[in-house]
Design a protein around this ligand. Structure first.
Ligand code: EPS
Length: 387
């Protein structure tokens, strides 16, 4: 499977095409839009989220509620476009037109300057419009489609915020359905109520100061069979693919699995997961410090991934920058933005990881229809059982 996205943050619409999705999968449009709505929630977002009410339209690949195997085309309209038709219009305009809202003061931390130099654009709006995290709408839409394939096989996805700024949530071991329910009720997607209040206060304080906050989110996937991914080639290791997907989310700077970076401090005996066997459960691990991967393949335990998001680069009290015309020192341009998007980033991370897992699932059990995939999976599970 593969997908591409297109569209600008203040353009008419966002578009995605999914290629290679199997046939006969029932697509639940409510579930798809529920993922888009989850991404728009979260304490700390700006005014833009009151303007947009993201809803996906399917423009290909689905008939009478089921996929046909043809490319799936997804469209999300930008409601804000009506305010930006002259700024973002397709038609040519005068070079020095006021209506262009030209950006010539690159914002530190954004793609503005590198993109301007690379694509030889003297209006940095041509860079920021595409580099904007608005694009993650389509990453969630494509992931939400993949997630429905995973759900057919009982695979569940959850996410929780672990840290915002200097506030860390107490991590609690909960059944996955409970974790999904409790995080959904929280405006910052944490279970720990004490941390929730402190995170909200930290976001308010950062907003007051014209500043922004980053954090850490954790995604858990349960019900994945053993053996997705492969040890035999570097680009078939599924943990590697998930890491790439997470780091490709706007503003993500780090990723870890299981105990992650903590493994550096511990002895091996306190890092690796002992292997157990019973007739009932088959092979299991006593612990899951590896976060569900050994040798680039799933162990069958929960996949546990954490990602680090840096604070959003657009600051209402901007940092120093240089005017690209005059080369004079200025404070960077202010564009409307969010104070903290960590809760939304958790939703994005869930869905991009769901995509990677679904893709690896199809690599292993591939077939053109859901029936063929199910037969392949059942064969493999029988083989594992009698191993
Ligand atoms: C973003 C800036 C803000 C965010 C936007 C991402 O948009 P605007 O510049 O229109 O205020 O709200 O996020 C979304 C629109 C979204 O759907 O997530 C940026 O610069 O990345």
């Amino acid at each position: 499977m593969r997908y591409l996205t297109a569209g600008e943050t203040h353009g008419p619409q966002l578009t995605a095409i999914i290629e290679g999705f199997p046939s006969n999968v029932t697509l639940n449009f409510e579930d798809l839009n529920f993922q888009l709505h989850r991404r728009q929630k979260g304490y700390g977002r700006g005014r833009r989220m009151q303007i947009e009410k993201d809803t996906a339209t399917i423009a290909g690949g689905v008939r009478h509620g089921k996929t046909t195997g043809a490319p799936i085309a997804l469209v999300v309209v930008n409601n804000d476009w009506k305010h930006w038709t002259s700024v973002m219009g397709i038609e040519p305009v005068e070079e020095d037109s006021e209506g262009k809202r030209r950006v010539n003061r690159p914002r530190p931390g954004h793609a503005d300057l590198n993109g301007g130099l690379k694509y030889n654009q003297k209006d940095l709006r041509n860079i920021l419009e595409r580099s904007s995290a608005r694009e993650t709408t389509m990453r969630v839409a494509t992931g939400a489609v993949a997630r429905q394939l995973l759900a057919e096989f009982g695979i569940k996805v959850a996410g929780q915020v672990i840290r915002i700024g200097d506030v860390e949530a107490q991590r609690q071991e909960l059944p996955i359905d409970e974790l999904i329910r409790l995080t959904e009720e929280s405006p910052v997607r944490v279970v720990d109520k004490d941390a929730e209040a402190k995170m909200i206060a930290a976001i308010d304080a950062a907003k007051e100061d014209g500043d922004t906050l980053g954090g850490i989110v954790e995604v858990i996937i349960e019900g994945v069979p053993v053996g997705l991914g492969s040890h035999v080639q570097w680009d078939r290791k599924l943990d590697g693919k998930i890491a790439q997907a997470v780091l490709s989310i706007q503003a993500f700077k780090g990723v870890e699995f299981g105990i992650g970076f903590e493994a550096a401090e511990r002895r091996g005996s306190n890092v690796h997961d002992e292997i157990l066997y019973t007739e009932e459960t088959g092979f299991r691990r006593r612990t899951n410090r590896a976060g569900g991967f050994e040798g680039g393949m799933t162990t069958g335990e929960q996949i546990v991934v954490r990602g680090v998001m840096k604070p959003i680069s657009t600051l209402y009290k901007p940092l120093q920058s240089v005017d690209i015309d005059t080369k004079e020192v200025f404070t960077a341009q202010v564009e409307r933005s969010d104070t903290c998007a960590v809760p939304a980033a958790g939703v994005i991370m869930e869905n991009v990881i769901a995509w990677e897992v679904a893709n690896a699932f199809l690599d292993k059990f591939g077939g053109d229809s859901i029936e063929e995939i199910r037969a392949n999976l059942n064969n493999f599970l029988k083989q594992v059982e009698s191993y």
